[in-house]
Design a protein around this ligand. Structure first.
Ligand code: PLP
Length: 353
């Protein structure tokens, strides 16, 4: 089937671009002897996860237990990292069931989380690997000093059911190096192990070697790109593999086109650019501005386009943020040179717990 025969709006991934991105990043991490642990929150599909493992990934990152359950259920059990504070009996019970099935490491940044993990793992008769999350500039989670990292490491080392596996942070630009260096120095002095030091983020992926402490790196968006990466020059239009194919459903005035893809197709993410808000980049009309949406309508300013789209015309839209866009869809259509090769269920969509 040709992509022109697909009903719209439809989420597609270009396999040539996907494979090129996979190869480009895997090669860099192989060259620098840093393990690549792709984050599946971007694509949420088993088929792509299997491609990543086959290409040389050391394991996968899953932000939530539900995503890891999907990966393990699909046969990827060798090494899953959940870099998230896991709290509450229901989640701990699921985590233990998962840890019986797969090699699991989790992250923690507080005594409360570490105690909960230890009690659950001890009661289940399991040993759970734990990374200490350090704060590396996002003002999100993570301990903010090396002393706190040491304190948590000592706790993990002392409590039953846990194994101290190291450190992680997100994102990890070169400026994030000091907290890793300082934490490692304290851990070494205390004789505590840190076999894993895990960095992450597509934005600074090719600078990972500037943090020689890193043993592995987590990235998600690299595999498909997106408008932010396009504007920053990290991905070309051709390397932006994820495309929503949409139809022009209205041209109410000369300067406006309306697409059949609104926030329920593209996601509600809006990227603020130099030219104003952006919901997506329209490949055939680079001068158009997809500036707003309603749930099922994409509002596009086409006044700057010499040639203007007509009603019924189909366009390809690169989303601004691939991860929540994928999360809006049941299926991802895999395309090569305009022909459909596969239709992949997005099994991990909506797995927010
Ligand atoms: C903990 C963690 N690691 C890795 C990543 C992957 O980063 P990116 O999407 O920039 O590739 C994210 C993204 O949100 C994250 O939260």
């Amino acid at each position: 089937m040709h992509i022109d025969e697909l009903d719209t709006p439809v989420l597609t991934v270009d396999l040539d671009a996907l494979e090129a991105n996979l190869d480009r990043y895997q090669r860099y991490f192989d060259e620098h002897k840093i393990g690549l642990r792709p984050h599946i929150k971007t694509h949420k599909t088993l088929a792509i996860a299997h491609m990543q493992m086959k290409a040389g990934a050391i394991g996968l990152t899953c932000q939530k237990i539900g995503e890891a359950e999907v990966m393990a259920g699909g046969g990827i059990t060798s090494d899953l990292l959940i870099p998230y504070n896991i709290l509450g009996q229901q989640k701990l019970d699921r985590l233990m069931a998962l840890a019986r099935q797969a090699h699991i490491t989790v992250a923690a940044d507080s005594d409360v989380v570490v105690h909960g993990l230890s009690e659950a793992a001890h009661a289940a008769g399991l040993t759970l690997g734990v990374l200490i999350e350090v704060e590396t500039g996002s003002n999100r989670t993570g301990v903010t000093t090396a002393e706190e990292a040491l304190h948590l490491a000592q706790l993990i080392d002392k409590l039953p059911g846990l194994e101290m596996r190291g450190l992680m942070g997100y994102p990890t630009p070169p400026e994030a190096r000091p907290i890793f260096q300082e934490s490692i120095a304290l851990l070494d002095r205390a004789g505590l192990p840190h076999p894993i030091v895990s960095g992450g983020g597509t934005k600074c992926a090719f600078q990972a070697h500037e943090l020689p402490e890193l043993t592995e790196y987590r990235i998600g968006e690299h595999i498909v790109g997106g408008v932010g990466h396009l504007l920053a020059g990290r991905h070309s239009v051709d390397e932006c593999a994820l495309r929503v194919i949409a139809t022009v459903v209205s041209r109410p005035v000369n300067g406006r086109a309306v697409l059949d893809c609104g926030s329920k197709t593209m996601s509600a993410t809006i990227l603020q650019t130099e030219n104003g808000p952006s919901i997506g980049h329209i490949v055939e009309y680079p001068d158009a501005r997809f500036y707003s949406y309603s749930e099922e309508h994409g509002h596009v300013d086409v006044s700057a386009c010499d040639r203007k789209p007509v009603i019924g015309e189909r366009v390809q839209v690169i989303p601004v943020h691939p991860c929540p866009c994928v999360n809006e869809h049941d299926e991802l259509v895999a395309v090569r040179k305009g022909e459909v090769e596969a239709i992949w269920p997005i099994y991990a969509r909506g797995k927010i717990r």
